[in-house]
Design a protein around this ligand. Structure first.
Ligand code: ZN
Length: 218
């Protein structure tokens, strides 16, 4: 915390555990988010959660007290409005929820876009210069290498589920879960929530794929 007045409050994304209660800073702060978060925060109709008055699309730079903070939207991933914040002077990236440190993806992947996730992580690896990664939940911190590790997990998860389907294993069956677990365990078995959330990650991925195939292509 700081004893200085808070001038900006940046919504990292609209999920309730990271977006509500900002009214505490409303006397001094301007509220900032990605454009896709505005309607979602507005829909909460919550007096404790101010609607952003600065909304950006791809990039916004904020300057305060000689420090620059660069805000990027790098596409759909953990949500469709995730903002990553780079402090270039200290080479720190703040990426809430969407780049977990040593952890599998969140439960059944609500709001998740697998291809967008891979593209987002690749873009960050190629374009942003940082040493320290601060995620939205413990353990903290990570490093730039965390980005590639999470991308590796998403790619491996998708490949293992496809392979299980190709073997003829039924979606979400114990046999499919065991096949995916066996494929991922050597590299990711020690990650947080691996045993508990891997079956949920599989379920979420299968749901997303079935929703995608149900959407008519124009
Ligand atoms: Zn979230």
């Amino acid at each position: 915390m700081t004893d200085q007045p808070v001038r900006y409050l940046v919504y990292s994304h609209d999920h309730a555990d990271h977006s509500t209660g900002g009214a505490l800073f409303a006397e001094t702060a301007t509220f900032v988010s990605h454009v896709n978060a505005v309607a979602k925060i507005e829909a909460l109709n919550d007096a404790n959660t101010p609607v952003p008055t600065i909304a950006f699309d791809d990039f916004l730079s904020l300057e305060l007290g000689g420090t620059t903070l660069e805000l990027y939207h790098v596409g759909p991933n953990h949500s469709d409005n995730s903002v990553v914040m780079l402090q270039p002077d200290d080479r720190v990236l703040f990426a809430v929820d969407f780049i977990p440190v040593n952890g599998v993806l969140f439960q059944t992947l609500p709001d998740f876009d697998p291809e967008g996730m891979i593209a987002s992580l690749t873009w960050i690896e190629e374009n942003l210069d940082f040493v320290t990664l601060i995620p939205g939940h413990p353990p903290v911190p990570g490093t730039k290498a965390t980005v590639g590790e999470v991308r590796g997990y998403v790619v491996a998860l998708m490949a293992a589920v496809r392979a299980a389907q190709d073997e003829g294993l039924a979606d979400n069956s114990p046999e499919m879960v065991e096949s995916v677990r066996a494929a991922l365990e050597p590299d990711y078995g020690d990650w947080n929530n691996f045993a508990e959330w891997l079956p949920m990650n599989i379920e979420g991925l299968l749901r997303i794929w079935s929703e995608e195939s149900a959407t008519p292509t124009p």
